[in-house]
Design a binder for this molecule. Structure first.
Ligand code: CA
Length: 239
């Protein structure tokens, strides 16, 4: 579990993706600044707080994708934060530790941390570990059946049902709808959808997306549940 993780391969800038929010709890200004810089460069939104008490309040306020948690904090320490977070949430936790004795406690206790990095650490390694934890989480959360209104996509069978009746979709229509449902409530740009469904090397233009959306709406009666957001893209609307 704690093996080194290679840095992510270079790819297109992440601007099309939805920001994922990382909550950083670190009282040291220089370390916090460094971690923020690197995570933001990698496309994360970072909420940086300096105490565990503030962090627990923030967790109740907004959806956090991952916690980067220092152990030595003013007020309650990182172990206690970890324990209290685990009492109510499975949000992934990456701990920052400065000393061997802390490391022993992370390894020896049932804290529920997902990983740790030992200070001093390279910020690139920290970002790679954050990415690795999130990848593992996404695999665990992979849902075979996606639903939007009375439409159901069964991914392992690659079948689509509307009102319980099977509807034939092309492979791209299927993937496009799956992408929209996975991000229900969020607007996805045409460029992002092209990337996700057709791949980075697809030479076509964004009208391809419009044509496929029109087909999906027609075939599945999703006129109201896939909304067009002017100048921005498309959104699956939870009924
Ligand atoms: Ca500290």
């Amino acid at each position: 579990m704690f093996t080194p993780v290679p840095a992510p391969a270079s790819r297109r800038p992440d601007t099309q993706r939805l920001p994922r929010t990382v909550l950083l709890i670190e009282d040291d200004t220089s370390i916090g600044t460094l971690v923020c810089t690197y995570l933001e460069r990698d496309g994360f939104e970072v909420v940086w707080l300096k105490t565990g008490e503030e962090a627990l309040l923030e967790l109740a306020r907004q959806k956090i994708e991952l916690l980067v948690l220092d152990i030595g904090l003013p007020g309650i320490d990182g172990f206690e934060v970890c324990r209290r977070v685990r009492a109510r949430s499975q949000v992934p936790i990456l701990m920052l530790t400065a000393r061997d004795e802390e490391l022993d406690r992370i390894n020896g206790f049932e804290l529920g941390a997902d990983d740790y990095v030992l200070k001093p650490f390279s910020p690139r390694e920290l970002v790679a570990r954050v990415q690795a934890i999130l990848r593992r989480g996404r695999q665990a959360e992979y849902e075979d059946v996606l639903q939007l209104g009375d439409v159901e996509l069964r991914r392992s069978e690659r079948t689509a049902l509307a009102g319980g009746r099977e509807v034939e979709l092309t492979s791209k229509e299927f993937d496009l709808l799956a992408a929209l449902i996975e991000h229900s409530g969020h607007v996805l740009s045409r460029e992002r959808l092209l990337d996700e469904v057709w791949g980075l090397t697809y030479p076509g233009d964004t009208r391809t997306v419009d044509v496929h959306i029109a087909q999906l709406r027609r075939k599945l009666g999703l006129r109201d549940l896939i909304s067009t957001v002017r100048g921005a893209g498309y959104k699956a609307v939870r009924p």
